[in-house]
Design a protein around this ligand. Structure first.
Ligand code: SAM
Length: 261
């Protein structure tokens, strides 16, 4: 289990009471008190992202990689749809991967893997640095790679290595969909009390919480654009999210659509 602060433990107890009163019966949805992947309704967040994936060309025969898959929130709606393709997810939280391996054991084309990577918030006992991690997949092997709310918990050296790896394992002509908090003139002037990136972490990133910067990290947009260029990924679009543009028709975080030419 991820160690909890007192506030989180109180919240967990409230959710555990709700689980007892109104148990979740839908398949592949974890009990409320066992989720560690953030707020929002587990099923509707996954269903909404499924629509986003389809809008960006998801097809039933694709081989998909979900980096930082957590507890399978984005995997769940793909069951049945990916009938001729495959889904692979990896994450650094072993409990989440164990849970998914158990609950997807009847879905043979879905694989969940644990990566023993250190992150102060999610995996304090991790032995490998994210900035050194070599993804255990061959070059040019995936038709679509996505990361939802993962780079928002990682540092510059880490995201740099991950983008290099994503570029290596993505098939030419394929897309990566990655959510970020992007710092630009508009977002720096936006007023959102929940995402107030007021503290410099380094020259290219800011955090909301200096004591625990992994809680939320935002990167300077120009830095992110340079990284995509450096690793041979073309940015075909950026869907700026509601965190800094309340009228945006898109999801909370900014989503960068990268293409490997
Ligand atoms: C907010 S959760 C989002 C989980 C999932 N992507 C979703 O949207 O349901 C952040 C996830 O990123 C994972 N994570 C953090 N650092 C990671 C890393 N270096 N590599 C892979 N996953 C990581 C955490 O373990 C956690 O599951």
């Amino acid at each position: 289990m991820i160690p909890l602060t007192l506030r989180q433990e109180i919240k967990r107890q409230i959710l555990a009471r709700e689980d007892r009163r109104d148990p979740i019966t839908a398949p592949r949805v974890p009990p409320r008190a066992q989720t560690f992947i953030g707020g929002g309704d587990f099923e509707s967040v996954g269903n909404n992202f499924f629509e986003i994936l389809k809008r960006h060309g998801l097809k039933p025969d694709m081989n998909i990689l979900d980096v930082g898959c957590g507890q399978g929130r984005m995997a769940r709606p793909l069951v049945g749809f990916l009938d001729r393709g495959s889904y692979t997810g990896f994450d650094i939280v072993k409990d989440g991967i164990d849970w998914c391996q158990k609950h997807y054991s009847d879905v043979p084309n879905f694989t969940f893997q644990h990566a023993p990577i250190f992150n102060k918030r999610y995996n304090k006992s991790g032995s490998v640095k994210a900035s050194d991690y070599v993804f255990p997949y061959p070059d040019n092997s995936f038709d679509l790679i996505f990361l939802t709310s993962v780079f928002t918990h990682m540092f510059a050296d880490d995201v740099q290595n991950y983008l290099a790896e994503i570029s290596r394992i993505l098939k030419p002509g394929s897309k990566c969909l990655i959510t970020w908090f992007l710092l630009n003139d508009e977002s720096m002037n936006a007023e959102n009390p929940f995402y107030d990136f007021a503290f410099d972490f380094d020259t290219v990133s800011k955090t909301t919480t200096p004591k625990s910067p992994e809680a939320a990290i935002a990167f300077v947009e120009a830095f992110v654009r340079n990284l995509y260029e450096k690793y041979g990924l073309k940015i075909s679009d950026i869907e700026f999210g509601t965190w800094a543009q309340p009228d945006s028709p898109y999801q909370l975080q900014d989503m960068v659509i990268g293409l490997k030419p």
